[in-house]
Design a binder for this molecule. Structure first.
Ligand SMILES: [Ca+2]
Ligand SMILES: [Ca+2]
Length: 146
């Protein structure tokens, strides 16, 4: 009987580990044109991982920004970083703008992680900025909410 109870406990442990390994991941892909607040690609936030994926075009092809927009349905504390920082050019970074267009937070390098609190019901714009990217640069921005 004691053996049986032990077996159940380790089974429960395995189950909870595998459950957390499959925590919600939602991916949103950009849709061009998205070079301004009015053409931003909408996304939602939830507990787990939210991925924003796109390609930053060379500066000579179009305006060199990708805008994403979110209006959270809850207040969330999040960490935000690029998934593939080493493959991004120097100076590749992102900003968070409010609905007036003001920059309220930003990174300066591709490897920086931002800690940010999204307030419920407030619109935010996340802007991917390649500085002076002269090549097509695919990126994944990872927003993690524990
Ligand atoms: Ca793009
Ligand atoms: Ca764009």
């Amino acid at each position: 009987m004691k053996k049986f109870a032990l077996g159940l406990t380790s089974l429960a442990l395995v189950f909870s580990l595998s459950t957390s390994a499959f925590a919600a991941t939602t991916t949103y892909f950009e849709s061009e044109p998205n070079n301004s607040m009015s053409t931003a690609d909408p996304f939602s936030l939830t507990i787990g991982e939210t991925l924003l994926r796109g390609v930053l075009d060379p500066i000579e092809v179009e305006e060199n920004w990708d805008y994403f927009k979110v209006t959270p349905n809850k207040t969330y504390q999040a960490t935000i970083k690029f998934n593939n920082p080493s493959s991004l050019p120097n100076g590749f970074h992102f900003k968070i703008r409010n609905s007036s267009g003001q920059i309220i937070s930003s990174t300066r390098t591709s490897t920086e992680t931002l800690s940010f609190q999204f307030q419920k019901g407030v619109p935010y714009y996340i802007v991917i900025d390649g500085n002076s990217t002269d090549n097509y640069v695919p990126y994944t921005l990872n927003i993690t909410i524990p």
